[in-house]
Ligand binder design. Structure first.
Ligand code: NAP
Length: 218
């Protein structure tokens, strides 16, 4: 059994997920109000696990804990094919529960260095982390709900594999612009518009000064 996957994306009003390519998304938080932080952290607290891609773990160095709401911290999950994450990341040093999913290509030295931080290391996939296999393993461990907080590359893989059940788009009331600035989902371009992933609109909500739009997979 696989967990329910909830993709949560914070974007500018023009749909950008950072203010420029290769930048951390953390500076975007200056455009958030307290209400949206409570909303996001409340959602984290209701999920069994929270996943970010390896680049997000490196660039943003997030905590992914519940600080602005009441509730337990979810298990933090990072797919990193070779397990080559910096060992001083907050996720690996703050004493919280973290699971790093690696592929068989991850050298033993990386696996043991990660384990030495207290993180759990799980193998799924040969060259790259096999996300469906990872979700199955998470489900077997009792993870029934998984929040995914980006970035664009991991979301592209999850969407293309048909594994995103719910998409929550949270807008910041600003425009970034930028031809090369990434949107919330990356990956290769569509060859045909019929390859678009169809969604159903569930809810449009105002939270503080933010629009929050909830979709489900059709
Ligand atoms: N606005 C927001 O809500 C938000 C949220 C999070 C992040 N961000 C921003 O997004 C940017 C990072 O996003 P990103 O697209 O560069 O990277 P990402 O999605 O965070 O991470 C992608 C990496 O995950 C690893 N991975 C392992 N297995 C994978 C698989 N099956 N499919 C895809 N990836 C797999 C790969 O690294 P390995 O090859 O090492 O395995 C891959 O390069 C940063 O600028 C960050 O600030 C924005």
């Amino acid at each position: 059994m696989k967990p329910q996957v909830i993709a949560y994306c914070e974007v500018s009003a023009d749909g950008k997920s950072t203010h420029r390519r290769h930048a951390s998304s953390k500076p975007m938080m200056k455009f958030e109000d307290e209400a949206i932080r409570r909303y996001r952290h409340g959602l984290r607290a209701r999920c069994d696990a929270i996943l970010v891609g390896a680049n997000t773990a490196k660039l943003d160095n997030p905590l992914l804990t519940v600080r602005d709401a009441m509730g337990p911290d979810p298990l933090r999950v990072v797919p990193s094919s070779r397990g080559d994450l910096p060992l001083d990341l907050n996720l690996l040093t703050d004493g919280g529960r973290t699971l790093i999913a690696v592929s068989e290509a991850a050298p033993d030295s990386h696996r043991s260095a990660l384990r030495a931080t207290g993180a759990e290391v799980l193998v799924a996939g040969t060259d790259r982390v096999d996300l469906p296999a990872l979700l199955t393993q998470l489900g077997q461990r009792g993870v029934l709900s998984l929040m995914v907080e980006g970035g664009a590359t991991i979301l592209a893989s999850l969407f293309r594999a048909g594994m995103v059940d719910r998409l929550i788009v949270q807008h910041l009331p600003v425009v970034f612009g930028g031809d090369d600035t990434p949107a919330m989902v990356g990956g290769p371009p569509l060859q045909n518009v019929d390859d678009a992933i169809p969604l159903s609109l569930v809810e449009v909500q105002r939270v503080g000064h933010h629009a929050v739009i909830v979709y489900e997979r059709r």
